[in-house]
Design a protein around this ligand. Sequence first.
Ligand code: SF4
Length: 535
Amino acid sequence: MMVLSGDEAVAQAALDAGAAGAFAYPGTPSTEIMEYLQEHIGEAAGAAGTVRVTQWCANEKTAYESALGVSFAGKRAMVSMKHVGLNVAMDPFVNSALVRIHGGLVVVVADDPSMHSSQNEQDSRLLAEFARMPCFEPSDQQEAYDMVRLAFDYSEAHEVPVLLRITTRLAHARDLVTTAPARAVSDMGKTGDTYAWVLMPAMARRQWAGLLAKQAVFRADADAASRLELGSNELGVITCGLGRAYYMENEDDWAQAHGGERPTHLHIGRYPMGTEKIGALASRVGRVLVVEEGYPYVERDLRGIFGAPLPVAGKMTGEIPLAGELSADSVRAALGLSPREAVAAAAIEVPGRAPQFCQGCPHADSFTALKKALEGEVEFFAASDIGCYTLSALPPWNAVESCVDMGASVGMARGAASVGQKRAIGVIGDSTFYHSGMTNLIDAVKYRTPMTLLILDNGTTGMTGAQPTISATSRLPRLLEGLGVEKEHIRVLEAHRRAIEADAAAIREELAYDGVSVIVMVRECIEWLKKARKS
Ligand code: SF4
C-alpha cells in the first residue's frame, strides 16, 4: 500500500502496467505525473534490454504523436497533459481514435475547474465524445490507479486510445492506494495491417465505420461498470468522478433527515455512458440530482433519456453552481440539507496581496527595462503569453495587455502590427516559444511584419515548478536566424538590474526598426537555480 496523489497514482499505474513510453508537456494540474515517472522509472525497470522512456516534449502535440509511435511499435504508452493542452494535441487526438491502436495508449487529461491555474474550465469528457473515444473518470486515487491499468488493457482489446479524465483536487490530494503486481514491459511487435494506420480517405472511411460500430460496446461496458445502489423512491442521485466523494460526505445526513433511507445512487465513471442502469434508476425515483464536476454533461444527456415527467436537478437548473469546482458544501445545499455547523476560526488579519514574481526573478528586470523603453510613448501594444511573466499584467507592472493561449503573443503582436499598430510587442518565455511561438514568428518573417518579440529566456518552464526547457539558451540565436530573423536584429541581453539602462536602449532601437526583431532577455529562474543546486 502506498500514499499517493491522484497524479502519482496514475504514474505508478503506468509503471506497473508495463508502459514503455510516457510523454508530456508541463501544465498544472498534470505536471506531477511526469515528475513522478522520471523519479521512479529506475525502480520500475523492466526486463533486461527493455527500453523505457519518460520525456518532457516541446508541446502536447509532439508528446501525443510520440506516444502514438510507441503504440504502433507494439508497446504501451501514456501521454499526459492539462485540459487546455488537449486543444494543442487535438489533431492527433481526434484522428488517433480512428487508427488501429496496437500497444495500449492511455491519454491522461487533468481538468482544472475553478481555473486555479488555467484560462478556462473546459471539460475533457466532451472532447472524448467528440473524438468518439472511451473516457474513464476515477472518483478517488485508488480508482485512478485501477482505471489506468484497466485502460491499457481496454485500449489493446478494442484497438482505441482511452482518455482518463481527472480534476485538480483528485490530481493533487493524497490517499492510500493498494497497488497490484507489476507486469513486464509488453512488446507486441509491429502489427501486420499497417493500412489501419493510414488515414487516407478510403482507409479512414473504413476505420470510422469501425469506430462507430464500437460505440455500442463502449456503452454496454460503461453501463456494466457503473454502480447502482437502490434506496429511496423519492430521490435518485447520479454522481460522476470526484462528485461521488462530495456526495458521500453528505449521504448519512440525508438519510438521517429521511427516516434512515438513503437516496437511490448511481455512480458513473465511464463514457459514453450506458442507459440501462439510468433507466432502472429513473423508473424508481420521483426526482434526480446530478453531481458532476465540469460541464453538465451527463445532466444534459439525461434530459433526452428520461423525457419530460421526471424532474432533473443539477447545474442546468442552478441547484449546483454552473462554474467552479464542486465542494461538499455545494452538494449538501443541492441535497436540501442545512449547512453544517462551522467552528468559527479566530480572526487573523491577512493583508490582501496580488500574485507577484519571486524575489530576484529575472522577469522583473526585463519588465523594468521594457517600461523604461516605452516611457513617453502612448501608442504601443504589448501582447503576453502564458508563464510567470503573465503576472506583469497586474500592478505594479501593468506591462502587458493580453494572455489567451500558448504562443499567441507572437501572432497577436503580428496581427496588430500588420494593420498599422505602432510598437507591437510580443512577450514570451523560452519554453512557450518552443511550444508554439516559433510558427507565428515564421509568419512574421514571411510578411516582414514590423514587430518586436521579447523572449524571456530563464532556461526553464518556471510556472509549473521548473521543468527543463526543450532547448538550450546557447542554441536560440542560431534557431532564430534559421527561422529567418535578420542576424543584426537578434539581440541577446542580460536580464539584470545592472543592465537596465542598456537593455532599455536596445529595446528602443529595435522598436524603431521597420521589420521583425527579436530580443532574448537571459537570466536563470531563481526556482530553477534552487532546484539545480539541490540535485
Ligand atoms: S518561478 Fe522563476 S520565473 Fe517564475 S516568478 Fe519565480 S523566479 Fe520568476
